[in-house]
Design a protein around this ligand. Structure first.
Ligand code: HEC
Ligand code: HEC
Length: 323
């Protein structure tokens, strides 16, 4: 003790000294009896805990919907439904642990690189139809927990279907240049001026939920217009229009209460009684309804804190649920 006993009334200093001694005695006893391993183990999550965390992240990040061809009875994660985009049709690959047709032979580093940088195990570039532009914001620990979960899924030996893309959008060699223009490599920084809830909401919206991939307008090359983040996307070319999520009163969610938003994310019900349709119905089913109440509230808190942006979408595509 460094004189603490002298300054503290009621002999608190001495009590601390005694308890510190007791703790260190307990620790050394614990080490000797082999319980040290247990103590250390309680700080490092077990494999089962990592898989459980990974499963939650898998839902929060919506990996299932694109990589499973549900409508045509495809096997879980063995290769996805056709994704129609202005650049052509993408067929998301097999991400089961099959070592040949899936990602079973990928190292942890390769998996991190795919989500963080949009690069495949063989070093070639991925297309941003895989929303790595959002997943890049995830932290390494979460990416590895997600992989731990994927590796517990059933391997399926099903080859990938080649995409059907228009030139030059099917040229992987152009992607490093695209990334230089549009990819802001993560992970996401915590904003120290905001609450823990706000930061969690930002992570759920921007990194995991990749809400901006649909709700932010894109330019001719498919890059997100960052100045109009979440201000709505007019869609077209087979893509649904996605309304403005910023709190603008007339064209955004300004008139939705917190409870309205929370209920929507849980059940897909809009304040005017409409039930959500299109791809968002799937997002609610597979993703936002699967989250904890605390996480849904964090999303709401983050969305309500956004600067209100006026949507330039045609009125029919604005969502306009407050009317
Ligand atoms: C919006 C649809 C979509 C979502 C959501 C999505 N993916 Fe994909 N993913 C794709 C497409 C499309 C490709 C293929 C891109 C290409 O060929 O360049 C892909 C490729 C991949 C690859 C590369 C596999 C390979 O063999 O090259 C991995 C790994 C992957 N996704 C994992 C995930 C994980 C994990 C999640 C959830 C965190 C996820 N994906 C969510 C569409 C999606
Ligand atoms: C795959 C594309 C896609 C993703 C990802 C997506 N959305 Fe949507 N969202 C849509 C579409 C399309 C609609 C319009 C559906 C309708 O009106 O029936 C919509 C509607 C909404 C609405 C209702 C708005 C209104 O005015 O009616 C809210 C709120 C919303 N989304 C929130 C989110 C949040 C939060 C996320 C991320 C967790 C998210 N969305 C991710 C496509 C998407």
């Amino acid at each position: 003790m460094t004189g603490g006993a002298g300054r503290t009334p009621l002999g608190l200093g001495r009590w601390r000294a005694v308890s510190a001694l007791a703790v260190s005695l307990f620790l050394s006893l614990a080490m000797m009896s082999g319980a040290g391993k247990l103590l250390a183990g309680s700080r490092v999550p077990s494999q089962a805990e990592r898989v459980a965390r990974g499963q939650y992240l898998f839902d929060a990040a919506g990996c299932f919907g694109c990589h499973t061809d549900e409508a045509r009875g495809g096997q879980r994660l063995a290769g996805g439904r056709a994704l129609t985009t202005p650049f052509g049709i993408f067929y998301p690959p097999n991400i089961t642990p099959d070592p040949i047709y899936g990602i079973g032979s990928w190292s942890d580093a390769a998996f991190i690189r795919a989500l963080r940088h949009g690069v495949r195990a063989d070093g070639s570039s991925l297309f941003p139809a895989f929303p790595y532009t959002s997943y890049t914001l995830m932290d390494d620990g979460d990416i590895l927990d997600l992989k731990a979960y994927l590796m517990t899924q059933k391997p399926v030996a099903q080859p990938n279907r080649p995409h059907e893309l228009k030139d030059p959008f099917g040229w992987r060699v152009l992607m490093p240049a695209w990334n230089l223009m549009y990819l802001d490599v993560g992970p996401l920084d915590t904003n120290p001026h905001q609450s823990a809830q706000w930061n969690r909401g930002q992570y759920l919206v921007r990194a995991l939920g990749h809400c901006g991939e649909c709700h932010t307008p894109r330019d001719w090359a498919g890059g997100l217009d960052k100045r109009r983040m979440l201000a709505g996307n007019p869609g077209g070319d087979g893509v649904d229009a996605s309304p403005n999520l910023t709190p603008d009163i007339e064209t955004g969610l300004g008139r939705w209460s917190e409870a309205d938003l929370s209920l929507f994310l849980e059940m897909g019900l809009k304040p005017n009684g409409d039930v959500v349709g299109g791809t968002m119905a799937e997002v609610v089913r597979n993703t936002t309804s699967q989250l904890t109440l605390a996480d849904r509230k964090a999303i709401v808190a983050y969305l309500r804190s956004l600067p209100p942006l006026i949507s330039t979408l045609p009125i029919a595509s604005r969502g306009n649920a407050h009317r």
